[in-house]
Structures are given as structure tokens and as C-alpha cells.
Design a protein around this ligand. Structure first.
Ligand code: FEO
Length: 399
């Protein structure tokens, strides 16, 4: 049974959802599920915009056959060959051998890597190449490293639609809704959209900025990503957030305190610091990095202007779950922030030094001093050090 939604008079959403997998890409928790978007254009020529993950293929193929109404499939635009969008391309081409795959040269090469051979009928497109499907006129743009090197996006100048591949996507299944104006986006989707961006796309902010510059020269009325909601109103809500994220700029002037704490003593210091900050009216948030998955904490690190990393010393380094977070921060080009450190160590406090060395590998990270050092637990009088750190952070936030 088909389950489709109309995007425009001749464009259908024919994708699917996965609510059974607990992880996306075997890495990121998706408690709200995941959508895999595919679109079908019924012009003089028919065009399929990407396929879906294997987990959604049953619904997808029923949707496709319903949408085509026994017409031939003329083109398949493969914007991105990652298997959540292209693993079933061979199955599709067995059903529709008449279809021509439209993609970048690099995508064609990678399809051969994944599937053992390249599609028999293909049309390689380069940046700014064009294609007419009848009423609709398409221009292709290279979108390298959003999120793989072969990625292209396509722009339909007739209806002013941008098919944006992974860009502007989100974690979360589509529960009947399709358009961002059908939900309370800020309340229900923004956090997962940010978490998707930071974990999937953020490493290459410069490439995202390049795509945003290209978009500035286009009239985009509809934004159709490969995951999450379609945008037909107030596109700037998300586009402006992308400008912030791509520039590694914070959204909130406030303090995030990711902490690790084996026996609660480092957590106590973090709690006291949070109290002193909250008393000053400063936005403050805390995460136990042993409890909260790093994908969430990474996303919060992108959100806040100031971060106080708090960790015990462990095997003469930093605590293992804090180490995971630092690995993610490095891997996703975290930069452009002000940080402070709280370290703990019963006989050889060293986590502050190791965190500093890792932070020095990141771009434009300013470390406020001094680092607060606990020896097993807060000593009498150390509340004053935490108060002083809160004062320093407050002053820095005001500057
Ligand atoms: Fe949704 Fe990079 O694949």
C-alpha cells in the first residue's frame, strides 16, 4: 500500500521511515526514528530523486510504482551515494532498466565500488550543468563534502526547488507530517536538526558556507533534503541557523558544563559552578558525559559560547567518556569557543594538561585560567575558586 505526500502539483514525496533502528550509521542514537526522503517528479520525463535506506525499501518501492502509474522512469538523480540513499539503486535498476542515472563522475566511480559495477545508463554532470525534463529546468551544483566528496545538489528553476542532499536534514522520522510548517520546529525539531548537522555535516563548515553562497544567488522556494522536513515557508529559520553552524559561531551566549565524575566529587564542583552562574542569570547547561551520548553533548558544544570541561584524571589522562567527547570535538572541527577546565586527581592530577593539549589542536580556542584542581574532592575554601571562575565567565560573557 502506498504512503506518499504531494510536495507540489507534479512532485511527490515517496520516501520512508525507520523507527526500529536504535542507531543511525551505527553511531548516533535516533530515539525519534529516521526518515529517508525520496521524491518523484512527473514531468514530460519522470525523475526519481535518490532512493532510500534498505530498511525503508518496501514502502519506497510501493510508493514509486504508485507514483509512476505505469509510466517509465526516465532519470534517477543520485545526489549522494552513501548507502542510506543508494544501497538499493541496483534493485531499482533491475525494476527500471530504462532509467538513466544522473550523478557526478565521483559518484559513478563510488557506485561501482559499492555495487561491483557502475550503472549501464548514466549521465555524468558537473557543477552548473543543466538538464531539461520538459517543463522543469535543472541545474546541478557540486556540494563536495556535504557530506561525502561526490555529492551534488540540484536546483529546479521552474518551481524554485533545491534538492539539497544531506544538507538541511535532521534526525527523526516523519510522523505523517512532511513540511516544517506542519510542526513546532523550534520546540520539537531544532535540537535534533542541530545534532544531525553537528554529527553528520559539521566537519566541513567551509563547504557548507560555499553551498550557502550558491543558494544566495538562487531563488529557493522549496528545500527538499534527504532526511527530515521539507521547507516551503520561512526557509531562513533553518538557513540562518546553517550560517551560524557553518561558521562555528555559537547560538547561545552561556556556559555548557560537560563533566565526568566517577565518585561524584567532580560533579559536585560542576554543580557549584552551575549554581554560581545561574545566580548571575547566565544560561547554563550540564551533561554527565558518561550518561549522555557524545552526539548530544557535541551538539550542545556547538550551541554554547563557553564550555567548562570537567574531568577526573584516569590512567594519567582524562576520563574515558570525556576522551570520547574530545575525540568527537576534534573530528568535527570544533573551534571558535572560550573554555575553562576543572580537573581532579587523587595523586597526580593530569587531566587538565591532557585536555589543554587536545584543545590546542583545535582552532581558535581560548582557555580561561586558572584551571581548578581538585585533589579527590573539593577542599575547604575551594568554593571561592568556583565563585571566581563564575565571575570570570560572567565578565567574559559580558565583554
Ligand atoms: Fe544521509 Fe550522508 O547520507
Amino acid at each position: 500500500m502506498y504512503c506518499v505526500r504531494s510536495v507540489t502539483d507534479d512532485l511527490l514525496w515517496i520516501g520512508g521511515n525507520d523507527r526500529q533502528s536504535s542507531l543511525f550509521e551505527s553511531a548516533h542514537p535516533v530515539p525519534n526514528g529516521m526518515s529517508f526522503n525520496s521524491y518523484l517528479l512527473l514531468d514530460e520525463k519522470t525523475v526519481l530523486f535518490d532512493t532510500v535506506d534498505r530498511k525503508a525499501q518496501g514502502q519506497f518501492f510501493e510508493n514509486l510504482e504508485y507514483g509512476l502509474q505505469e509510466r517509465a522512469l526516465d532519470y534517477v538523480f543520485v545526489h549522494h551515494v552513501e548507502p542510506d540513499h543508494a544501497a538499493i539503486l541496483q534493485d531499482l535498476l533491475l525494476r527500471h532498466p530504462e532509467a538513466t542515472v544522473v550523478c557526478s563522475q565521483r559518484a559513478l566511480d563510488m557506485l561501482a565500488q559499492f555495487h561491483g559495477k557502475a550503472p549501464e545508463k548514466s549521465l555524468v554532470v558537473k557543477d552548473q550543468d543543466t538538464l531539461s525534463t520538459g517543463r522543469h529546468q535543472f541545474t546541478f551544483y557540486s556540494a563536495t563534502m556535504i557530506h561525502w566528496p561526490e555529492v551534488i545538489v540540484s536546483y529546479d528553476s521552474t518551481d524554485q526547488v533545491l534538492f539539497s542532499a544531506d544538507a538541511f536534514g535532521s534526525f527523526g522520522a516523519l510522523n505523517g507530517v512532511l513540511f516544517s510548517d506542519e510542526v513546532d520546529f523550534e520546540r520539537d525539531w531544532m535540537d535534533e536538526c542541530r545534532r544531525y548537522y553537528t554529527n553528520i555535516v559539521s566537519k566541513y563548515g567551509v563547504h557548507v558556507t560555499n553551498l550557502l553562497k550558491k543558494m544566495d544567488s538562487l531563488e529557493v522556494r522549496l528545500l527538499c533534503p534527504l532526511h527530515g522536513l521539507v521547507w516551503r515557508k520561512d526557509l531562513d529559520v533553518l538557513v540562518s541557523r546553517y550560517r551560524t553552524w557553518a561558521g562555528y559561531e555559537p547560538e547561545v551566549r552561556g556556559v555548557l558544563i560537560p563533566f565526568a565524575s566517577v565518585y561524584g566529587n567532580t560533579e559536585t564542583a560542576a554543580n557549584i559552578l552551575a549554581c554560581r552562574l545561574a545566580e548571575k542569570g547566565i544560561p547554563v547547561s550540564m551533561y554527565d558525559v558518561s550518561i549522555t551520548h557524545p552526539s548530544y553533548v557535541l551538539s550542545e558544544c556547538f550551541k554554547y559560547s563557553h564550555v567548562v570541561f570537567s574531568s577526573p584524571t584516569y590512567n594519567n589522562g582524562i576520563f574515558v567518556t570525556m576522551e570520547n567527547l574530545f575525540h568527537d570535538l576534534l573530528a568535527h572541527s570544533f573551534q571558535n569557543r572560550t573554555v575553562a577546565l576543572i580537573q581532579n586527581g587523587s595523586w597526580g592530577p593530569n587531566s587538565g594538561k591532557v585536555m589543554t593539549e587536545l584543545l590546542e589542536q583545535m582552532k581558535n580556542i581560548r582557555i580561561l585560567r586558572p584551571t581548578i584542581t581538585l585533589k579527590s574532592s573539593l577542599a575547604s575554601g575551594q568554593e571561592k575558586e568556583l565563585k571566581a571562575l563564575a565571575d570570570l565567565l560572567a565578565e567574559d560573557l559580558r565583554s
